[in-house]
Design a protein around this ligand. Structure first.
Ligand SMILES: *[C@@H]1O[C@H](CO)[C@@H](O)[C@H](O)[C@H]1NC(C)=O
Ligand SMILES: *[C@@H]1O[C@H](CO)[C@@H](O)[C@H](O)[C@H]1NC(C)=O
Ligand SMILES: *[C@@H]1O[C@H](CO)[C@@H](O)[C@H](O)[C@H]1NC(C)=O
Length: 206
């Protein structure tokens, strides 16, 4: 009898161990603003450790400079996006990094930076994970990587950030001073920091 219970347990354990199917795909992250393609995320970082953009209009060799990412096209919730050609392999994920005002965004002009990060779990608040901004500037900032939601119908990739108090924000992506920001309210961001921000829709392009 005992042997039978043991073998049933073994059977249950092995059927639970079958991994859920994930299908990852390689591609680029295309930037559009007001329905016009403005460029792609670049594989390059600026001096602050923030990812910059690259546009075919200004760089005819842009394909070689684009960020190549690995995305799970079957995931429903937030996921981490691996940068296959990351300039710094210590921080291989495309992540959000706390801005000047901290790591909470929402109804004011506060914003996050976009750079390379270590991997963090889905749905958790940001933590002092290793990231390219901290590495480049020696300034401690929180970060999170599993903040991207892929919509397989539209191919859109949208950021969802978990604040320090646990509130979850669907963030807007801005392009300003040749780097990306994530912020909760476009109007508040423009009023606080910059009128010349370009609001970006990110699309996964294979
Ligand atoms: C993903 O979401 C869709 C629509 O909400 C649902 O039909 C599908 O079962 C979900 N897939 C998984 C793996 O949860
Ligand atoms: C994907 O985007 C379409 C169009 O905006 C929307 O109707 C749909 O609900 C989205 N799917 C998910 C899983 O959010
Ligand atoms: C953003 O802030 C403006 C000005 O405070 C407000 O009128 C607007 O409703 C906010 N937008 C959203 C989407 O919350």
């Amino acid at each position: 009898m005992l042997a039978r219970i043991v073998s049933l347990l073994a059977l249950t354990a092995s059927s639970l161990a079958v991994p859920a199917e994930t299908i990852t795909s390689l591609g680029y992250l295309k930037c559009s603003s007001d329905g016009q393609v403005t460029g792609y995320l670049s594989k390059s970082l600026n001096n602050f450790g923030e990812y910059i953009g690259v546009s075919p209009d200004s760089d005819s060799n842009d394909v070689n400079h684009r960020m190549l990412v690995n995305l799970d096209v079957t995931a429903n919730g937030t996921q981490s996006i691996l940068v296959k050609n990351a300039p710094d392999n210590d921080y291989p994920f495309l992540g959000g990094i706390g801005g000047e005002e901290g790591s909470t965004i929402g109804s004011d002009g506060d914003y996050l930076l976009v750079g390379g990060t270590e991997s963090t779990a889905s749905g958790v608040t940001s933590s002092y994970c290793g990231n390219t901004f901290t590495h480049s500037t020696n300034t401690l900032r929180k970060c999170a990587s599993a903040i991207w939601i892929y919509n397989s119908t539209t191919n859109e990739v949208t950021p969802q950030w978990t604040n320090d108090d646990g509130t979850v924000v669907s963030a807007n992506i801005g392009y300003v001073d040749a780097a990306f920001v994530l912020t909760g309210n476009k109007t508040e961001f423009e009023d606080t920091w910059s009128d010349s921000v370009q609001w970006i829709t990110l699309t996964f392009e294979t």
